[in-house]
Design a protein around this ligand. Sequence first.
Ligand SMILES: [Zn+2]
Length: 416
Amino acid sequence: MIKTKIIGPFVQLLTMDNIPLKGSVNDSQLEIIPNGGVVVCEGKIVKTGNFEQLCYEFRDQHTIIDRIDKDMVAIPGMVDPHTHICWAGSRAMDYSLRLAGKSYLEIAQSGGGIGDTVTKTRAATIAELESLLTERAIAHLNNGVTTIEVKSGYCLNTEGELKLLEVIGNVNKTIRVDLISTCLAAHIKPNDFEGKPSDYLESIVNELLPEIKKRTLSNRIDIYIDNGAFTVNEARVYLKHAKKMGFDLVIHGDQFTIGGSLLACELEALSVDHLEAVNDLEIKLLSASNVISIVLPGASLGLGCGFAPARKLLDAGCSLAIGSDWNPGSAPMGDLLLQTAILGIFEKMTMAESLAGITFRAARALDLTDRGILKERFLADLAGFPTSDYREILYNQGSLKPSAVWKKGENVRVRI
Ligand SMILES: [Zn+2]
């Protein structure tokens, strides 16, 4: 028998419905259902509304009541559209050197940098990586993040990149959070590859991408465009091949040098991520496109750099999502809500804009149209915070954690 469940009552149910995908948003546009409830069947929302009315309406069916007996505000389960959480090792040494004023090059010469993570991740077994990824994904889930994008990119050879994508796929099957995998073999040309960056990209196209397709390990391809990584022209050739093979495209762009956004618009990528250095022309093109702008405040906090111009992007009419960029080098913190709150106060983003950036706008950056809003036919993914006023969530700047997290209608918050 198919069971129906009603979750509630929430003092406020923040649905995030009826907010546009692009541009600025006022808090007055937020739909708040007081004493709200959510009716769930087979993991999806059947109806939202007043809790008591829903209990009455669904009383004759085989309905379970998941009753909340404390003040709680619910928002859609958060979506982190950009992470690198499948790695081994630690870069605490890098961080101490960065604090001591050392440059990227000096840190790399001391044995740190991405090369250190690549060495340790290549050496790690599948079981070790699965355990590390699970631990990080569950930490995110407990903080209310119910969908996480996870990139490969710390093995940088065919065998190792396949290992990472397999690990992401395996863990996705064992935990109650959705992991969306992305191939970032084009993170940087590895030190042990003999040849030009373009040769390395060609080898990925010839050897790795067909295997990813064959094993259906991912349908998303990402590349890092910047000094020391790949040029816009190298990326164009690579991404065109990937697009022809049917992959969705994502670009790490405009972190320190420009050009990534232009290419994202040209190739109709799903998103361009970073944008700290984006210029006015690029913002104009992004606003006229369907490319989602993903900003990564965690990287600014980890590197001690300025934030991407979120206010400007929103005012220009761009669709803005926020990712944690959780990675061992530049963004080790991995607290999406805290980072969103800090970005919001520096960039003067409304609460509605911040929340949109970590719910349905982030989902759209992953081409997911079934989550991020609490409405009929959407996934019953919710984060419940112990408060009676939704504004407390961002006001507490990340220190107010969810006390309940529902994934497809099941309370899955795990104490660790
Ligand atoms: Zn990144």
